[in-house]
Write a protein that binds this ligand. Sequence first.
Ligand SMILES: Cc1ncc(COP(=O)(O)O)c(C=O)c1O
Length: 435
Amino acid sequence: MNNKYSAKFNIDYTKFKTTTSKRRRPSATRELTKISYSMPHNVISLAEGMPNEETFPITEITVKLTGGASFVLEGDELGAALQYIPSQGYPPLLQAMREYQKRVHNPPTWDNREIIVVSGSQDGLSKALEAIIAPGDPILVQDPVYPGVTIVLAPHQAEIIPVPQDKLGIVPDKLRQILEKRDIEGKKMPKLLYINATGANPTGSLMPTDRRRKIYQIACDYDFLILDDDPYHFMYFTQEEPTSFLTLDTEGRVIRLDSFSKVLSSGLRIGLVTAAAPLIASMELHIQSSHLHATTLSQVILYKCLKIWGYNGMMEHYRFIRSFYKERRDRMSEIATKYLKDLADFEKPEAGMFLWIKVRGIKDTWNMLMKRGIKHGILMTPGAAFLIDSSMSSNAIRASFSRINYEEMELAMKRLAKLIQDELSYENLLAIDNT
Ligand SMILES: Cc1ncc(COP(=O)(O)O)c(C=O)c1O
């Protein structure tokens, strides 16, 4: 590893890493790919195992963008887009992303941080968790939670500590109480908090800045890292852009996950991890031993979009994304109110693409949706899918408003109302039978 990976924050990151992570070693061939990208042009390399691009059957790729711009990949640029690259990412994209992250988040210090390109934020999530969480390690997790977290943690038998949320996300006082209690009881203290503060999946809440500051302070007081999974950062429906944890990160405690799935394409599978350099180094070694690097073609497409649109053009595109989803959010909330106001409770989501509906009078929505939903012509996600202990019951439903048209929204909410009414009558019948 070169010098850029020496720790400069006042944190010893080795104490956060698992033994497995500390045992990882760089692959000589991968390191040579890295060297080949930065070596002087007069060096003749016979070192890497790169195939000859002239044998690749793809000769041109044309990409047309909304707004009229387009680009053609051909010749050397196409060759590079179809070739192996260093595990950290396509070097021109990495450079562009450093500038992009600085402009978007303006973190207190930049020199001590690094970026790695990953195959979507789920890849970053699993790499980050697997670098830090060893079998039995405690981890703080917002409850309810995106199931992509629990599926990574399950094989490691981590001790998942649920942190309750209200309509603004994780409650700082409750987080502090959990930590105080563990400390008094002499229990192992968590090394990490998983949070998804903007457009929390599944609840759609958006945490205000003062609450984020309190949570950051608790992380400093109890010496843990914050894994900020933020795929909906640019999909907020409030006036102000949310302040990310990276913006608040004076001590180097934040591992930030970015995703381009919701704003560019989910199939390109592109995300970023931004964190203190020693943590990124661990993830890079893991990627060297798994998929080598995120798809080069996707990285080149992202790079070209950023280059053609520029930073301002990208922000303009995000504005379009916001207005698109905001209109849908508004319609979905109106229609849900029309059909469900006497049957369920819900908050208008402040970001993201989900409505979190809590059904009155029904203990668990699992069987209702999974067994009888399709017969009623609807498919929605039962709340129990987002519980840390999925054997527990949940009266909630997650309904996505991202893709259906307004007619389908109307029909879906009408069908859901009927499904709930039938379920309530069925439960009443069961109760009478049991008396
Ligand atoms: C909170 C959260 N994290 C991560 C992901 C995965 O995103 P990606 O497509 O970037 O892997 C999602 C996708 O729905 C999500 O909602």
